[in-house]
Design a protein around this ligand. Structure first.
Ligand code: ADP
Ligand code: MG
Ligand code: MG
Ligand code: MG
Length: 399
């Protein structure tokens, strides 16, 4: 097999037998396609005991959730594999292990994390993983620091920036985050009941200027090798463990984009809480989400500062006092990007189950409006929200 072809379940098993690295690969007998994402085929490969042992993920030449009318580069499989490998090198505790990458079939064979749960599913079920926010903060601080100018030699940094150009996947982000929601576009998707909120957003010229500023930062700030799609559906958790998957949007971009995506998804769940849970559970879940955001940001800043202090190599950047200025700017970006995530997930192409699975229609619409409102407020008030605590206070004042 060398010419690209999309795998059937049988082919996925045969492929896994060759490339699993397992001691006894002949035990692998059955595959199940479990892809629930928007883009790719994902096979779980089971052994004779019916235990899933390994994952085979293959890129499709089009956007899965739209169809063949929207072609998409297969090269994203390379970017996913290389981003995960790069991140694993510095943060193996929190990055899924890539076992094999095939540049002809655009296939990644990787560690099976079926003993974990997708964080979003846990959040929607009202579960709290008390260590997750801290571990995510550690992951982001580590992988972003080791791919930043604080650490890398300037030649190596530029080499990596070139290797991780990801123009087609970036264009999806550029469109979905910064264009579509702010204009009429066929990709947008929202119920007529929230039309008023959508129009108010599009009539807000201050907001559009602030979003333009965020888009320009996304275009041209190669600060670090981002995951690029770090929402709660790209994160596996179990008690004491957190592992990141699905890095096909990886590229060198502004650190606040990853932080904002992660925080934005906790806030989306916050906005859905009243519709997802009974009253006491909603109160508790909301407090936990805000607590998680505070922990994520404080862990990120502490860990990043320690890494700069002990492993930073650029003398000028590592001068006393600079890292705190740098982190203040990252925080401002983070709030803005979190705001764009809240907005695009409420009215754009790709929604989140935290809002869309709310069965009561009025509650669902109210949650979508809350997310749009909060998104706008975050984007417009980055200057007055100074840290995680003040973000919590700001969100609580909003609702
Ligand atoms: P996409 O890029 O299409 O979004 P993902 O990488 O997010 O694909 O995978 C889709 C789903 O497949 C995940 O939500 C998860 O349920 C399952 N999955 C992906 N990787 C693994 C893994 N390493 N172990 C177990 N399940 C996985
Ligand atoms: Mg995914
Ligand atoms: Mg996806
Ligand atoms: Mg993906």
């Amino acid at each position: 097999m060398s010419q690209y072809q999309t795998f059937t379940a049988e082919q996925a098993v045969a492929y896994a037998k060759e490339h699993s690295g397992l001691v006894d690969p002949s035990e692998l007998v059955r595959a199940e396609e479990i892809g629930d994402g928007n883009l790719n085929l994902v096979f779980k490969i089971y052994d004779t005991q019916n235990v899933s042992r390994i994952i085979v993920k293959q890129a499709l030449p089009y956007v899965r959730c739209v169809g063949e009318s929207w072609p998409l580069t297969l090269d994203r499989a390379r970017l996913e594999a290389q981003t995960l490998i790069e991140h694993y090198q510095h943060c193996p505790e929190h990055t899924v292990k890539v076992i094999h990458y095939d540049p002809e079939q655009y296939v990644i064979v990787m560690e099976d994390l079926s003993d974990h749960q997708i964080w979003r599913s846990g959040l929607i079920a009202g579960l709290h993983y008390p260590q997750a926010a801290q571990q995510l903060g550690e992951y982001l601080a580590t992988v972003l620091f080791y791919s930043s100018d604080f650490y890398l030699h300037p030649h190596r940094k530029k080499e990596l920036v070139a290797q991780f150009m990801n123009p087609q996947m970036c264009e999806i982000t550029e469109d979905l985050f910064f264009n579509d929601p702010y204009m009429e576009h066929e990709r947008n998707n929202y119920p007529a009941a929230i039309e008023k909120a959508v129009h108010a957003l599009r009539d807000n010229s201050d907001l559009k200027v602030a979003v333009a500023e965020l888009k320009q930062r996304f275009f041209s700030s190669p600060q670090a090798l981002l995951h690029g799609d770090i929402h709660s559906g790209s994160i596996f958790v179990k008690s004491g463990s957190l592992k990141v998957i699905d890095a096909e949007f990886g590229f060198f971009g502004p650190m606040g984009f990853d932080l904002g995506c992660a925080i934005g998804n906790l806030l989306l769940n916050y906005c859905g809480a009243e519709g997802l849970f009974d009253k006491p559970t909603a109160q508790q879940a909301k407090a936990q989400r805000l607590g998680d955001i505070e922990t994520l940001w404080s862990t990120f800043t502490e860990r990043f500062s320690v890494l700069v202090k002990h492993h930073g190599s650029d003398q000028a950047l590592c001068v006393d006092g600079y890292v705190s200025l740098f982190l203040r700017n990252i925080w401002r970006d983070t709030l803005g990007f979190a705001g764009t995530e809240l907005i695009r997930r409420s009215m754009g192409l790709s929604h989140v189950a935290d809002l869309d699975t709310i069965s009561d229609e009025a509650q669902r619409h109210a949650s979508l409006c809350r997310a749009i409102h909060l998104g706008r407020e975050l984007i417009l008030h980055t200057d007055v929200i100074t840290d995680g605590d003040s973000l919590s206070a700001f969100v609580r004042r909003a609702f």
